[in-house]
Design a protein around this ligand. Structure first.
Ligand SMILES: Cc1cc2nc3c(=O)[nH]c(=O)nc-3n(C[C@H](O)[C@H](O)[C@H](O)COP(=O)(O)OP(=O)(O)OC[C@H]3O[C@@H](n4cnc5c(N)ncnc54)[C@H](O)[C@@H]3O)c2cc1C
Length: 375
């Protein structure tokens, strides 16, 4: 048996970001991960966009959270680089969002109006301006928005940096162990989670955090919690452009392109509710590849070098599920980050650490509490 102050289940971005913050306060933290290395599921599959403006249809508490997270990444990227020497590849070049047709352009213009109205940096571009500033993208469009504030990171480098920072902060990792159940015990008339159980090893903890992505609901079942987290498959493709790869994110309704380094570009992503099936399909890969070729016609000269799929942790209202588990002591939940887990990871980690150590998250988290589904 291992004894710890905090057991974190899952070494994705959410588990590692929270473990890092907790360890930096001096807590003893053990991360239990079934894969042999960190970032093995959704986090490692992600594009790396830190792009809340791109998908926001109106002001909301979720947008506020995402904007806070985007700002925090500027600091986090600097911190990870100076702590670990690994550059997370944070880029602030912006995102060009192309309208497919007139009705989409009208919708994007409405978005531009409200975003400008609340002070978000967004620019409306007409065809002549697009031709002048972005000659490589398709010119068969009525207009586009440029979100100056949307950023991206290099996913793999960021996860490597998080892992190295965790190690430097003395976070203990237990790889290759699948958590199969939680052990509870009575606690002054209530019930508390006392340990996480794996095949052959129990980790007894003062506090347990479940950050197991799309699988979090499977773990809570062992204590009778039905947490409605659903996997949403995203298929993606990697290719390399020798000449003039873009420096900013390019996007349309059917897909997007995120630059990496050395001409490598990430092309994503489908959004499919097909259960716990992480395989790629010819149809899925072709759909994102076709969208990317429409966005950037010179991609017709390239070939996909890799394709993969990841399972995003979705929730019924598409909002994250963060906070103490209602009705049982010493259990915390952090899942449901759906399409924005890389963006939100550092902020989720910071808020949870503050919450778990002081009893207060330091901002209003009501819309994201587990209580809306459990209790
Ligand atoms: C194709 C694609 C593109 C994406 N692009 C973006 C993007 O551009 N920007 C963005 O912000 N987000 C993006 N996302 C979403 C993002 O990847 C997720 O929201 C985020 O990674 C969720 O992180 P997580 O730590 O909760 O889950 P995960 O990364 O899935 O981590 C959960 C971990 O828990 C482990 N685990 C599960 N069950 C157990 C168990 N029983 N015992 C032990 N370990 C267990 C898993 O092995 C896994 O390592 C994308 C996702 C996909 C698939």
């Amino acid at each position: 048996m291992v004894e710890t102050q905090t057991a974190v289940v899952g070494a994705g971005i959410i588990g590692m970001a929270t473990a890092l913050e907790l360890a930096r306060t001096g807590r003893v933290v053990h991360v239990v991960e079934r894969a042999p290395s960190p970032g093995a599921e959704a986090s490692g599959a992600a594009a790396g966009m830190l792009a809340p403006q791109h998908e926001a249809d109106g002001p909301s508490p979720f947008l506020e959270l995402c904007l806070e997270a985007r700002d925090l990444w500027l600091e986090v990227a600097r911190d990870l680089l100076s702590t670990t020497g690994i550059d997370p590849g944070h880029h602030t070049d912006g995102l060009l969002h192309l309208a497919l047709d007139a009705s989409e352009w009208a919708a994007l213009q409405r978005r531009s109006t409200w975003q400008s109205g609340v002070g978000l940096p967004v620019e409306e571009l007409l065809p002549a301006e697009i031709r002048r500033r972005f000659p490589a993208v398709t010119q068969e469009i009525p207009g586009a928005l440029f979100y100056h504030g949307d950023h991206y990171i290099h996913t793999t480098h960021s996860l490597e940096a998080y892992y190295a920072a965790c190690r430097a902060a003395d976070v203990h990792f237990i790889f290759g162990r699948e958590v199969t159940a939680l052990r509870t015990e009575p606690d002054s008339g209530a019930v508390r989670v006392a340990a996480v159980q794996t095949d052959g090893l129990e980790i007894a903890a003062e506090t347990t955090l479940l950050a197991a992505g799309a699988w979090t609901g499977q773990i809570t079942e062992s204590i009778g919690y039905r947490l409605p987290v659903e996997p949403v498959r995203g298929q993606a493709v990697l290719t390399t452009m020798k000449d003039d790869p873009p420096e900013y994110i390019l996007s349309c309704t059917d897909g997007y392109i995120v630059p990496r380094e050395g001409g490598e570009i990430f092309i994503g992503a489908t959004s499919e509710r097909v259960g716990f099936d992480r395989s790629t399909t010819e149809e899925g890969v072709q759909s994102v590849w076709k969208a990317a070729q429409w966005i950037l016609p010179s991609l017709k000269e390239c070939r996909p070098s890799q394709s993969w799929a990841g399972l995003r942790p979705g929730s019924p209202d598409d909002l994250p599920i963060i906070g103490p588990a209602p009705g049982v002591r010493d259990l915390w939940l952090a899942t449901g980050h759906y399409r924005n887990g890389l963006l939100l990871g550092p902020l989720t980690g910071l808020l949870l650490c503050r919450w778990m150590t002081t009893g207060e998250p330091g901002r209003d988290m009501t819309p994201f509490l587990p209580d809306r589904f459990v209790g």
